[in-house]
Design a protein around this ligand. Structure first.
Ligand SMILES: Nc1ncnc2c1ncn2[C@@H]1O[C@H](COP(=O)(O)OP(=O)(O)O)[C@@H](O)[C@H]1O
Ligand SMILES: [Mg+2]
Length: 291
């Protein structure tokens, strides 16, 4: 993390996203309400929350792929909330993405070398330099150099995700939006790919907006964590605090719902969860009795 008092790399300020309704004259659907976050250089903000809470929408809004209805998105001091297509093309050098599913995010007809050279070509790099950069990228993500001539389907899920990461890194971006990038992988592959994300950050100083529904994953990778619930951020703070001793009842439930490897601790969790739910039920009933 930057030690100077410089402005954050990304600031999202009271962002509202509404999707138009498909039904005639129906009100639009408000997916995000008053979202404010910031990410410093070399920092990871973890975004956690159950399915449908709006995590992907927030990542897509930053990338210019979701409609910004209100508020602002500031990247390196510039308002990019309504960037034009041309401005987005320039921005794509600094702002990249890794999606959840490496099976659909890589063109199955292209060899890995061509997949990685594509963003380089778009930005005008000549082919000798591009070939050199592709080799560097494969090395950086722990893939052998003969991967250049192979197709995505010849690789495992974890290796494909390494290709997707290499492609995101090709132009040395400043921020990568990672949307559930390890969720489709088995546990031991998850751990190795997460370590790769950490190593890359150490080497390059890149920042991550790291989306996951899994509190354990987010705890491992993040400096700070924001918790989303029904399109709003209900809690945000240092990763260690939010993921182990959260303030908000929703985060407490999320924490108690995440599985732990140790059966005794799992049993304790179950008891805690039961107590928490009874407490909350009690509070709701009390509030009802007063009203
Ligand atoms: N393109 C879209 N059009 C309409 N509604 C959408 C669209 N994308 C997402 N939504 C809705 O917005 C809400 C948040 O979705 P999403 O951002 O995908 O959540 P998450 O990534 O946390 O699962 C959901 O209710 C979802 O149905
Ligand atoms: Mg999602």
């Amino acid at each position: 993390m930057s030690t100077t008092e410089s402005a954050p790399l990304l600031t999202v300020d009271n962002l509202v996203v509404e999707y138009p309704s498909k039904k005639f004259r129906a009100k639009p659907f408000r997916a995000l309400t008053d979202i404010s976050i910031s990410i410093g250089q070399g920092e990871t903000l973890g975004l956690v929350g159950e399915s449908g809470s709006g995590k992907t929408t927030l990542g897509r809004a930053v990338l210019g792929l979701a409609p910004v209805t209100g508020g602002k998105i500031i990247f390196e001091g510039k308002d990019i909330s309504h960037a034009t297509r041309k401005q987005r093309r320039t921005l794509s050098r600094d702002l990249q993405v890794v999606f959840q599913d490496p099976y659909t995010s890589l063109n199955p007809a292209l060899e890995i070398g061509a997949i990685l050279a594509e963003p380089l070509g778009v930005q005008g790099m000549e082919s000798v330099a591009a070939r050199k950069r592709v080799k560097e990228l494969l090395d950086q993500v722990g893939l052998p150099s003969d991967a250049i001539h192979r197709l995505p389907r010849e690789f495992s899920g974890g290796q494909r995700q390494r290709v997707a990461i290499a492609r995101a890194l090709a132009l040395s971006p400043k921020l990568i939006v990672c949307d559930e990038p390890v969720s489709a992988l088995d546990l031991s592959t998850q751990a190795r790919v997460l370590d790769l994300f950490l190593q890359i950050q150490k080497d390059t100083g890149v920042s991550y907006l790291f989306v996951s529904h899994d509190l354990d994953v987010v705890r491992h990778i993040s400096h700070r964590v924001a918790v989303m619930y029904h399109g709003e951020i209900v809690e945000q703070g240092p990763a260690g605090v939010v993921t182990t001793d959260p303030d908000h009842p929703y985060t407490q439930r999320l924490l108690l719902a995440s599985p732990v490897p140790d059966p005794d601790r799992q049993e304790q969790r179950r008891a805690d969860r039961h107590r928490l739910l009874e407490n909350q039920q009690h509070q709701i009933e009390q509030a009802g009795a007063v009203a």
